[in-house]
Each structure stands twice: as C-alpha cells, then as structure tokens.
Write a protein that binds this ligand. Structure first.
Ligand code: XLS
Ligand code: NI
Ligand code: NI
Length: 433
C-alpha cells in the first residue's frame, strides 16, 4: 500500500439522501437496470494518462501537480501503477485503459521502449490478477514524442511509419497479454497543418494500409477484442483525417474495413466536430460501427478538448439512451478520458471527480432505461414515420421518378405539414430525469 490516498477507503453506494461526499448516490454496481447490473451496463474504465501521467500543464504554464511518481525511472513507473490500482479499487472501477507512454518511461530507442513496456506489462498483469481489475483497451501514444510531429502512419518519412507500426505491434502484444477487450487507434497527429506541404492522397493511403496491418495482426495473433478508431476533428493537428463518425465510416469503406473496425466515440470530440454526442452515437449505431465511449465533456465556450468529467445528467441520459438503443456495450465501455482541473491538486479531488462522473453516468443510464421501457418516446417517433409502414409508403421506395410523378398527378397528392412536436418531446424527456 502507498500512502497517497491517505486512508480514503472504498466508495460505497449510499443512495440519493446520503450526506457523505465519499459515497455513490446513483451508481449502485449490483442494481439491475435494463436487464443487467449497472456495473455490466456501464463498464467504467479509468484513463491512466489523465489521472496519473498528466502533470497539470496548460499552454501558459507547466506542472501544477506534485505526485511522488513523477520521474523517469522504472521505480517511478511502478509506484504510479501501485497508486493507480489503489484508485481503481477505491472506486470499484472494473476496467482501465492506457497508452504505452503513460506506463513506462521513454527509452532511448525502440528496443528500450519495448523492454520497458514488457516489464510494466508483467507488473500490470500481476496487479490485475490480484485485484480483478481488467483492461478495457490499450493503445499506442503516437503523438507526444517529437518524432511523431508530422504524423505516425501518415508521416512523409517512411522511418516514422516503420517506428509507428513497430510500436503498435508492441502495444497490441501488451493488450493481448493483459486480456484487453479492445485496441484503440486515435490519430492525434494523423492530419495536417497546411496543404502547402501535404500530399493528402498519399497520407490517406498510408493510414489505410496501417489499419489493414493492424487488422491482419489481430487475426494473426487471434486477438478477440475489437479494433476501434477514435474520431476527432482537430487538435493537435488542424485537419484530422478521422474527423467524426461519418468520416471514419467513409474511410473504412474506402479501405474495405467497415466490417473489421468500430468507433470509440468521445463526447468532447463530438462537440468539437459540431455534433452532439447522441448524434455521433446514433449514427455509429445506424452504420453498425458503434463500439465504445470516452466519457469526458468539453467546455462549451472554449472550443478546446478540455477533457472534463461528465456532470450533466440530461446529457448523459440522451447518450445512454443511444447506447441502450444500440443494444448496450459488447466489448466497449465507458472510459473516463477526463482530467481534474489543474488547480485540483488533492488526491481526494481525483477520487471525487470519478465518483461524480460515475454518478452522473449512472443517473443518466437509469433515466434512459426508464425512457426506453416506457416506450413513449419511441412511440412518438414511430408515429411520425407511420406513413412509411403503409403499403403505399413501402411501394414508393420500389418505384421510379416517372411512375411517382404519374401517381402524384392522378391522385392529386398534396402533402399537409404536421407538427414535429419538439418541445413536447423535450418535456417528456425531462419527466424521466
Ligand atoms: C485525445 C484522445 C485520446 C485518446 C487515446 O483527445 O481523446 O486521449 O482517447 O489516445
Ligand atoms: Ni479519448
Ligand atoms: Ni480527447
């Protein structure tokens, strides 16, 4: 045991009337909601990078956090892992997620990086066996080191492509060893700053080839998890190739990988792309590529990926409505890709940020389940499209422009607009929250 959390003990469910800051009010892991326990519906994961590797910097100032594991040695890395697992246990979080660079110090070269990652993977494996905490997904950090400044797969330098491919292999190996349920690719620097120096066609083709290699390696190794792409429109690069769910789907279709790869949708990235979270979730469901979610919101004014913990229950309700509507998570889950604000220095801040996030998600899930079970929202939606269920409606889609024109003329079809009832539906939604 480290003394980092200074005696904070396991967080328990105490219900909505509890006065205890260190308790869940909505998240009751064993309570059944929509046919599964909340633990199994929500499948919470803690993001290693934001809670344990991020120093609290912003563009105007560096480190604000003073963590005993900040340092470059393997001992620091192991202390960081020890504290992380203590936090997973305090929160009762069933999963975590990590990048290679979060868990091992940067080595001199690929060989040293790989050796350190292997050593840490073994260290994690032991901790996972001891605690029962599982890996939701692993990923490679192909964006922080300066070698990746012009991209990883999409780099103009083939050596960077090679280094990236090799690094992905080691991260997939670590994910497989740890029984990870997914492998994520977020293309932080897979995009460009200016077209003046960019061959977009070539870069897209390189990204497609890299993705194919990832899928091939999945089959070669027998990895049973899901390969996920995490869309984001910009930041760090100005134009990112995986802009949003629709763009990723087009990319997958282009390279024939739409049956192999799904999406990890982040609330903050949806907002950056000018969409709502629920739009991205619903579209992924319709396209058959819904996989997992990163649950962190952005500040609505700043226009940055501020990675804040979710606190807004009405937003969570609409999000989990879409998740339930998609049939719930299969290999995916709810990853808190969220960081405490840089002034939130205390160990307790880290714990309570997650407690609040877990409660907000749980409250949203419960409201969403009620909404789905009641069926009033779906009934209103079906009613709106009822015309398409009639024989005439169905026949229309099998017809052609000429026949339709003749029909509209002979029957004098003259559409009468009907209310979309938006406010009534908004009022209905608020009744469940
Ligand atoms: C950054 C992304 C990143 C991915 C994992 O904006 O959200 O944290 O989730 O590389
Ligand atoms: Ni993310
Ligand atoms: Ni993000």
């Amino acid at each position: 045991m480290t003394d980092f959390f200074k005696g904070i003990t396991a967080i328990r469910y105490e219900g909505p009337d509890s006065d205890n800051e260190f308790a869940f009010r909505a998240y009751n892991p064993t309570e059944v909601v929509a046919g599964k326990t909340m633990k199994d519906q929500l499948r919470f994961a803690i993001a290693f990078w934001h809670s344990f590797a991020w120093p609290g910097g912003d563009p105007f100032g560096g480190q604000t956090f003073d963590r005993p594991w900040f340092g470059d040695s393997m001992d620091h890395a192991k202390l960081k892992a020890d504290v992380a697992f203590e936090m997973f246990e305090i929160l009762g979080a069933p999963y975590f997620c990590f990048h290679d660079a979060d868990v091992r110090p940067e080595g001199r070269d690929f060989r040293e990086n790989t050796a350190r990652l292997r050593e840490m993977t073994d260290y994690f494996q032991k901790k996972m066996e001891d605690t029962g905490v599982r890996l939701l997904w692993g990923t490679a950090n192909l964006f922080s080191h300066r070698r990746f400044m012009a991209g990883a797969a999409t780099n103009p330098d083939p050596d960077v492509f090679a280094f990236s491919a090799a690094t992905i292999k080691t991260c997939m190996d670590a994910t497989i060893q740890l029984g990870g349920e997914n492998y994520v690719l977020w293309g932080g620097r897979e995009g460009y700053e200016t077209l003046l120096n960019t061959d977009m066609g070539r870069e897209r083709a390189q990204a497609g080839r890299m993705l194919q290699m990832v899928v091939d390696y999945k089959y070669k190794t027998g990895f049973e998890g899901t390969i996920l792409i995490e869309p984001k429109p910009q930041e760090p690069t100005k134009h990112q190739y995986d802009y949003d769910v629709a763009t990723v789907y087009g990319f997958l279709k282009d390279f024939g990988l739409e049956g192999e790869v799904k999406v990890n949708i982040e609330q903050g990235h949806a907002i950056l792309a000018g969409h709502s979270f629920e739009h991205e979730l619903a579209l992924a469901r319709e396209l058959g590529i819904f996989g997992s979610i990163d649950m962190n919101k952005n500040d609505y004014q700043s226009g940055w990926d501020t990675d804040q913990f979710p606190t807004n229950v009405p937003e969570m309700t609409l999000a989990y409505y879409e998740v339930l509507h998609a049939g719930g998570f299969k290999t995916g889950g709810t990853n808190f890709d969220a960081k405490v604000r840089r002034q939130s220095l205390d160990p307790a801040d880290l714990i309570l940020a997650h407690v609040g996030g877990m409660d907000a998600c749980a409250a949203g899930l419960k409201a969403a389940a009620k909404m789905l079970e009641d069926g009033k929202l779906e009934a209103a939606r079906s009613q709106r499209y009822a015309g398409w269920e009639t024989a005439a409606g169905k026949a229309l889609l099998q017809s052609d422009l000429g026949s339709i024109a003749a029909k509209v003329d002979s029957e004098n079809i003259n559409p009468q607009p009907r209310s979309g009832r938006q406010e009534r539906l908004e009022n209905l939604v608020n009744r469940y929250i």
